[in-house]
Design a protein around this ligand. Structure first.
Ligand code: APR
Length: 258
């Protein structure tokens, strides 16, 4: 496929690559995305997942924790070939960082060092107390998924515990967002994988990269609002596409391809 070759060529010509990922990079690990048919927002109401509701309404909190317990499989989810392809970019010394909207820790699990994973929306494996700000591992507090399970409270101050992820209405972690913006403006290739690019401010980041002269590549099952700006656009499954791309990169780097 011509586009596979084109992305492989872009990668071998680039030294400071940023990979920007959304939920679509993890669907092949069994984690549903948000806006595809059957996605999270086709089964849950995003209105129930605002920070305001979470703090003020115990029922919303219980529902959120029940969903977290159901999606407790997040802890058991394994990286898929797309995550491993991105980790290979890191091993090749060409990955500047991963900027992810995902909370599933799968880039780290696939081998990308944590300091190279900028998590715009937090990480589901940690919880934070809204009272004393104490941070602890999710596995230490996750209640049962049964209907009656009460939302857990802080063992130190009995405050409200919240998974360390960004809910609607919350501001993104300022330091992480600033660093992601700064790095985007210094990269030479910006690859979007598995995001609808519909949620801001995250969706501005690819445009900071192109505005500073980086080339843009997009790998996504369905069209995105930035498709017209991509020098290489591949509508396909992230795992299959990125595995094929890295195969061609290895051949190019071994000199077996002109
Ligand atoms: N390969 C490639 N693309 C895929 C795959 C796949 N296997 N599976 C799904 N996709 C694409 C879908 O076509 C869709 O365009 O990934 C995209 C996922 O888009 P969303 O579900 O909107 O997820 P995302 O872009 O990460 O959403 C951003 O919205 O609700 C908030 O906080 C939530 O971080 C999330 C943010």
């Amino acid at each position: 496929m011509q586009e596979i070759e084109s992305l492989a060529k872009l990668i071998t010509e680039s030294r400071r690559i940023i990979v920007f990922t959304g939920a679509g990079v993890s669907t092949e690990s069994g984690i549903p995305d948000f806006r595809s048919p059957g996605g999270v927002w086709t089964r849950y109401d995003p209105e129930d997942f605002t920070i305001e509701r979470f703090v003020s309404n115990p029922d919303s909190r219980r529902a959120f924790w029940r969903m977290s317990a159901e999606s407790g499989f997040l802890a058991r989810a394994e990286p898929n070939p797309a995550h491993y392809a991105i980790a290979e970019l890191d091993r090749l010394g060409r990955l500047d960082c991963v900027i992810t909207q995902n909370i599933d820790d799968l880039h780290q699990k696939a081998g990308v060092s944590s300091e190279k994973v900028l998590e715009l929306h937090g990480n589901m494996h940690w919880v934070v107390c809204l009272g004393c700000r104490r941070r602890s591992p999710m596995l230490d507090v996750l209640p049962g998924a049964d209907e009656e399970a009460e939302a857990p409270v802080c063992c130190e101050c009995q405050g409200i515990l919240k998974p360390d992820v960004i809910l609607f209405g919350e501001t993104l972690p300022v330091v992480t967002l600033k660093e992601a913006t700064r790095r985007a403006q210094m990269c030479d290739l910006f690859i979007v994988i598995g995001s609808a690019l519909l949620v801001y401010p995250a969706a501005y980041i690819p445009t900071y990269a192109t505005g500073a002269g980086a080339r843009l590549a997009i790998v996504n099952l369905t069209p995105t609002p930035l498709d017209h700006e991509a020098v290489t656009l591949i509508h396909g499954k992230a795992g299959e596409v990125m595995s094929s791309v890295m195969e061609r990169v290895r051949l190019r780097l071994a000199g077996d391809l002109s």
